[in-house]
Design a protein around this ligand. Sequence first.
Ligand code: P6P
Length: 337
Amino acid sequence: MTKNISLTRYLVEQQRLQGHIPSQLRLLLEVVARACKGISQAVNKGALGGVLGTAGSENVQGEVQKKLDIIANEVLIEANEWGGHLAAMASEEMDSIYVVPNRYPQGEYLLLFDPLDGSSNIDVNVSIGTIFSVLKKPEGSTAIEEKDFLQAGSKQVAAGYCVYGPQTTLVLTVGDGVAMFTLDREQGSFVLTEEHVQIPQDTQEFAINMSNMRHWDEPVTRYIDECLLGSDGPRGKNFNMRWIASMVADVHRILTRGGVFLYPWDKREPEKPGKLRLMYEANPMSWLIEQAGGASTNGRERILDIKPSKLHERVSVVLGSKNEVERVTRFHLEQKG
Ligand code: P6P
């Protein structure tokens, strides 16, 4: 493990030595990390904190909101709105953008987040997490509108997640590789535990919700069938399967030991390109994966190149070990008709 370097020191060095991040962005990331500590505390209380169960409302996605979804959203809004580093925020839990109130100074950045991804796992004590993405406010824009957020994932200036599991771990990139920080609850601070994370190019582990198999498109079925044939089939090696149904936890496993994650388009909702959200799930996760030497496509094109048309746009996701993602993508491109 690297010597005891705190998140603050890491960010100061990224600002000073690497010239990667201006002070406003450093402040933003420290505020987001502090908010994640607060969310971690609430998540860890579980039933003791009266925070389990549903809130009796639905979000813009039409999903029933859990109490913790709303708590996490409020923690992130309240932590970030006054600092002067942000112009506006967007959240999976809010229909429209949240522009910083006039009583506070407006900053240069736009913050997008899924405040508590995987919330179906909250009540069964399975890892969940916060996913965040940072964009620059377009030059010259004063009155921030939704269209200012509609930038391709390649425009992100920072991206990360915080996984609330056996450890609370913040995973972050500002374009200089991927670093992991584990929460030291005695000090109350995130400590650098991994940096320059690298994903193996090959893997023997895939993550997909197999119960949807009959709904998949042919290239995905072809890829998974090959994996299931194992050493008897064209891959010549056996595969293991994992599906936590919490993207943060599945991606964290892939960043830690490799693997490929698929949430593809399927016939259940043919008008939707996929289940996962582009702006605050697929884009931040895709940048992290690419910064760690992996790949991420929607089956046909690099996710970070997709020009969004709406804030809560959905996308198919195939991400992880580069050679596996390229195989799935090739199968899509070879698809007849
Ligand atoms: P399913 C959680 O709700 C989520 O958005 C992702 O975190 C996760 O990968 C996916 O949905 C799980 O979906 O259909 O398997 O429950």
